[in-house]
Design a protein around this ligand. Structure first.
Ligand SMILES: Nc1ncnc2c1ncn2[C@@H]1O[C@H](COP(=O)(O)OP(=O)(O)O)[C@@H](O)[C@H]1O
Ligand SMILES: [Mg+2]
Length: 456
């Protein structure tokens, strides 16, 4: 929780003003039935006349306008606070992913990171907005209406307690059954995003091998998986609301029954009963809202865990402890001393085992081996895309861990096996390594790479 305080702080005023304005709406909601009661009892039954009724009517209109202002303002600040919060959280999560080492990236698949960055954070944002608008409003309305109801007629108010066991059961079921299903639903969304992302990145390969129908089948499976898990999660929602509604309706029925008898017996006025029924509605509506908050909360909890997982991922490769941060690569001597490496700790076999190698500046060395023999792995240790498990990799006789990552990677050029163009112009792509490279230089290097002919 403490981690999230940071995202709330810049919007603190909105976080406070929003719910406070909602209280204005709640107070109006509690006052309204009393005004209505006055119209019925004093205006009509006691016969105070049309002037009194109009005055009460005007008071009701003014109350409604104040309530509206409160409601609009409350919603405005709730939206402002929650979107700001989500924006900052998303920014931090993106920044964290940028810091990921290759090994960290290997832990997640791209689809899952996209879902977490978009859908999960949006879920948190919506929940926050709901909380800001309802968290004070529903319990406030509940308490206000309960007090008013007990003040009007405490015997009748006890009827309301009838509904409590049903609601508690409903809330228990939501938490018990709903939470795992919502977690599963997010996982299925991950799977769908992964399949989609894989498909779109490799669409040319798929077309070349005429594998469209196979891919369609794969997508269908992921899509159906998401549908089924969403249906199973939504079944919980489907069941809870009618259970609550029926509890509400029975309570109203009981109140009207007992209250009606009192009105007939003359121990209560019609205005009292009308106001009372209004309060019963308010109480029940706020109870339903509270259960909706809890339901949404259990869904959000699943998203919070997934966001936390990314935020708490320990970056296993940094240059924080580098001793020569200002050192840059000058000559380009590369040396491996007893280097061992494997991708997973529990693997028995090393991918690289006791590699000893010196490449002097100016030398050209080709490394030959069958696919999977570890050529790429070996090369990736030089710019520290991965860290050796044992032994040392040195550039210009300095352990690569002692350079700042920026200087090391600036000094070691690497052409990855799979290359991509970023959105933008070719010039922007060519300037990717150095934004300020003068145009002539870009052209010169394009010629070196024998690319000048086909891009100019
Ligand atoms: N990101 C990775 N995660 C886990 N294993 C990997 C990863 N990259 C490569 N490997 C494994 O390491 C071994 C060496 O791979 P690699 O260095 O790519 O070989 P080469 O480039 O010689 O074909 C292979 O067994 C491969 O499956
Ligand atoms: Mg390779």
């Amino acid at each position: 929780m403490r981690r999230y305080w940071k995202y709330a702080r810049p919007y603190l005023s909105a976080f406070i003003i929003g719910p406070v304005l909602m209280i204005v709406e709640v107070i109006g909601e509690v006052v309204m039935p009393l005004l209505l009661k006055n119209i019925i009892d004093k205006g009509i039954s006691e016969g105070r006349g049309i002037g009194y009724i109009i005055m009460m009517g005007i008071t009701m209109i003014v109350t409604a306008l104040i309530m509206m202002a409160g409601g609009v303002g409350g919603a405005y600040f709730a939206i402002k606070a929650s979107t700001g919060f989500a924006n900052d959280l998303r920014k931090d999560m993106f920044r964290q992913i940028q810091k990921f080492s290759f090994k960290n990236i290997d832990q997640y698949n791209t689809g899952s990171l996209i879902t977490r960055l978009t859908n999960d954070i949006t879920q948190i944002q919506n929940m926050l907005q709901m909380l800001l608008r309802m968290a004070l409003r529903s319990p406030g309305m509940l308490i206000g209406a309960l007090i008013a109801a007990f003040a009007l007629n405490s015997n009748l108010a006890l009827t309301i307690l009838f509904v409590i066991p049903f609601l508690s059961a409903g809330i228990y079921i939501i938490l018990k059954i709903g939470f795992p299903r919502f977690t599963l639903m997010q996982k299925k969304l991950d799977a769908l995003n992964t399949v989609t992302q894989e498909n779109l990145t490799n669409i040319r390969v798929i077309k070349s091998f005429v594998r469209e129908s196979f891919e369609e089948e794969k997508f269908k499976k992921a899509n159906t998986g998401l549908k089924n898990s969403a249906l199973s999660a939504m079944n919980v929602v489907i069941f809870t609301i009618p259970v609550m509604t029926i509890a509400m309706n029975f309570t109203t029925l009981a109140v009207v029954w007992f209250g009606g008898n009192q009105v007939i017996a003359g121990t209560m006025t019609a205005g009292y009963l009308t106001a009372f029924v209004n309060y019963v509605f308010q109480i029940l509506i706020s109870l339903v809202m509270v259960s909706m908050i809890i339901l949404n909360g259990s869904r959000t909890l699943a998203s919070v865990r997934r966001v936390n997982e990314v935020l708490c991922t320990e970056i296993d490769l940094t240059d924080e402890n580098a001793s020569q941060k200002d050192l840059t690569v000058q000559h380009g001597k590369v040396e491996f001393r007893g280097v061992h490496y494997k991708y997973y700790k529990n693997n028995e076999k090393w991918v690289l085992e006791d590699i000893n190698l010196v490449i002097n500046p100016g030398e050209t060395v080709g490394i030959i081996g069958s696919t999977g023999s570890g050529k790429s792995t070996l090369v990736q240790l030089i710019p520290r895309l991965y860290d050796a498990d044992q032994g040392e990799v040195l550039v210009d006789d300095v352990n690569v861990k002692e350079y700042s990552l920026k200087n090391l990677r600036n000094g070691v050029g690497i052409v990855l096996q799979k290359n991509v163009l970023f959105s933008g112009t070719i010039m922007e792509n060519l300037r990717w390594g150095n934004e300020d490279a003068p145009e002539e230089e870009v052209y010169r290097f394009a010629e070196y790479a024998q690319a000048h002919g086909f891009i100019s």
